[in-house]
Design a protein around this ligand. Structure first.
Ligand code: SAM
Ligand code: MG
Length: 243
């Protein structure tokens, strides 16, 4: 998926390049490590809501974070509630913002989140521990395509938010391994700021899902257009039976 090159997006990319160079020259730790330190300095342990608010503050005042963010986070929270989850699978952990948001919504159940960058996964585990949610979230370190076939259970909600060219192949793998059942929701982030045509063609045209598109803004931006696609599985894959 290619990013849409709007003037707002090009301005954002130029600012990011500047921040990247400054952080490199000053040998700053990775963003997830900076976030962990910020949370430890500014929030009490065991408070998921304060942890999320502090991550939003970091992203607005210090450095951009590719979290789902507060605006699209409401769409994600609504989908988690509507799915009755249960069990959640996430592709792309980063700083664990969305994993914490979803686990915080669940009265019971679990979030399994997949992250192939070991540095991000290690920082995310510590951020989750700081939020007091280690018992509710498991971070799996590795490529989603390697982990999906090993999971062997079904999820009421799947949040897809890793590298954009993997959205469609990894959803096809989830379908093939029957990790979703009738009524499961598949929520895809960033399908407005990226050209997500192959992914959207699949969920909208394959006949298995009912889809709703939620226009929004890119995380922590008032100007860059983005959107979230929520796809409810109506007709399961395989032999058509759940379970
Ligand atoms: N969902 C997170 C949130 O909203 O807080 C943000 C995830 S961030 C946009 C994407 C993450 O996916 C990055 O940390 C990246 O390292 C990871 N990632 C990218 N491709 C992946 C893959 N194929 N398997 C597992 N993780 C991947
Ligand atoms: Mg995203």
């Amino acid at each position: 998926m290619a990013v849409r090159k709007t003037p707002a997006m090009l301005g954002f990319a130029a600012r990011q390049a500047g921040h990247f160079i400054v952080d490199r020259l000053r040998s700053r730790p990775s963003r997830p490590r900076q976030v962990l330190q910020y949370l430890r300095d500014s929030t009490s342990p065991g408070d998921p809501a304060a942890t999320l608010a502090a991550m939003d503050e970091f992203a607005r005042k210090r450095r951009f974070l590719m979290n789902v963010g507060d605006e699209k986070g409401k769409i994600l929270s609504d989908a988690v509630r509507a799915s009755g989850a249960g069990n959640v699978l996430e592709l792309g952990t980063y700083c664990a913002y969305s994993a914490i948001l979803m686990a915080h919504q669940l009265r019971e159940g679990h979030v399994d989140t997949l992250e192939f960058n070991p540095e991000n996964a290690a920082a995310a585990e510590q951020i989750i521990e700081h939020a007091g949610l280690s018992a509710r979230i498991t971070v799996h370190t590795g490529a989603a395509a390697d982990i999906i076939p090993t999971l062997g259970r079904q999820f009421e909600l799947v949040f897809i938010d890793h590298w954009k060219d993997r959205y469609l192949p990894d959803l096809l793998l989830i379908e093939r391994h029957r990790l979703i059942k009738r009524g499961s929701r598949v929520v895809a982030d960033n399908i407005g700021m990226f050209d997500a045509t192959p992914y959207l063609d699949h969920v909208r045209d394959c006949g298995h899902y009912t889809n709703t598109n939620y226009p929004a803004h890119m995380e922590y931006s008032d100007t860059v257009y983005d959107a979230v696609e929520v796809s409810v599985l109506r007709q399961p894959f395989g032999d058509g039976e759940d379970g």
